[in-house]
Write a protein that binds this ligand. Structure first.
Ligand SMILES: [Zn+2]
Length: 344
């Protein structure tokens, strides 16, 4: 058993919540007889993204599976990732790791070293991306009417992104390539419609292959010319829509939560235009990106049009003009600063 899985197996979910003083905890039945603890979001403390401090709890921790999710943020991960998020390398010395473990704590120093290694993204051991043979995609190389007719995803996007459909599970397939390798895929539920046999409402909307490197990569990154500007959106579906409208050089972060590794990747482009969804998580993600990028590269963000995301556009001219009218980072940050002064 590797040290990391040893650490993971010994972490006590309730002790971790107690350690961070989680509020408004209540148990509920999870899947397969497991227990979930609903509680006010802990990530809120390190990355505020709720309006009222999450008094109406949005976070959930599965006790047996040791999986954490904030439904508002759309971020989930195992307990180690949560601890990693709650601590930074500087604060780790004070971390009372022993109190969060079951069983013997004699290896606590080793375990601390292991967490440090996990946090150090530059460490070659920190992240090993999964890798699959591309042959696995062959049976799915068909397009579903949901993509063509309802989402307006055209043939060129299907070809460029190798989009597909898996009839066995009745879901759209978004393969994810990074550094020339197939590192996994996301599948998306198809809404139930008359004439589409077998489609029933499926939950969750998106499912990932095991170990899907959501935090360490960007979707469609391999297709972007490095010498140009890049548009960054939240979802693979938005990338597919952009390609359908003849707009390439678009990458996705797999959600509004953007990681340091993703920011590093984006910094290498001469120009970045942020086009996140028009909701609180999207606005928070946009702000984080603009603040993290503007000193390193020419950064701007698309002005939010109420309730309308890139996926809702059907006119390439409208998309191009929206991109051309993106707001420079300096103006966005000044607006944020003004809003904050106004509030206090
Ligand atoms: Zn949250």
């Amino acid at each position: 058993m590797s040290l990391q899985s040893d650490l993971h197996s010994r972490l006590d979910a309730r002790a971790v919540l107690e350690h961070y003083g989680a509020q408004n905890c209540r148990d509920q039945a999870g899947p397969d007889g497991t227990t979930e603890i609903i509680h006010s979001c802990l990530i809120e403390r390190v990355e505020p993204h709720h309006n009222n401090g999450d008094q109406n709890p949005s976070a959930c921790l599965n006790v047996e599976k040791k999986l954490y999710v904030c439904y508002a943020l759309g971020w989930g991960g195992d307990l180690l990732r949560l601890i990693q998020k709650m601590e930074n390398a500087d604060g780790l010395g004070d971390l009372e790791l022993g109190g969060m473990l079951t069983g013997s704590v004699k290896k606590a120093d080793d375990l601390r070293a292991e967490i440090l290694k996990l946090m150090d993204r530059s460490s070659p051991d920190a992240v090993e991306l999964p890798s699959y043979s591309e042959a696995i995609l062959a049976p799915w190389m068909v397009s579903h009417p949901y993509m063509r007719d309802e989402r307006g995803i055209g043939q060129s996007a299907h070809e460029a992104l190798k989009l597909g459909y898996d009839p066995k599970i009745n879901r759209i397939v978004f393969p994810h390539f990074f550094d020339g390798k197939l590192v996994g895929w996301q599948t998306r539920a198809i809404p139930s419609r008359p004439g589409w046999p077998g489609t029933t409402a499926q939950i969750p909307k998106y499912k990932n292959t095991p170990g899907f490197p959501k935090s360490e990569t960007l979707y469609a990154y391999d297709l972007v010319a490095r010498n140009r500007r890049v548009v960054v959106v939240e979802s693979p579906m938005s990338v597919a829509k952009a390609y359908s409208l003849g707009i390439g050089n678009v990458v996705a972060t797999f959600g509004a939560k953007v990681t340091d590794t993703q920011i590093q990747l984006l910094r290498d482009f001469p120009e970045v235009i942020v086009w996140f969804d028009d909701d609180p998580a999207g606005r928070a993600g946009e702000r984080n990106l603009v603040q993290s990028l503007y000193r390193h590269t020419q950064t701007s963000a698309v002005a939010p049009e109420e309730g309308r995301d890139l996926g809702d556009y059907d006119d390439p001219t409208a998309v191009r003009s929206t991109l051309m009218n993106s707001i420079p980072a300096t103006i966005i940050l000044a607006d944020y600063a003004r809003a904050e002064r106004y509030r206090s």
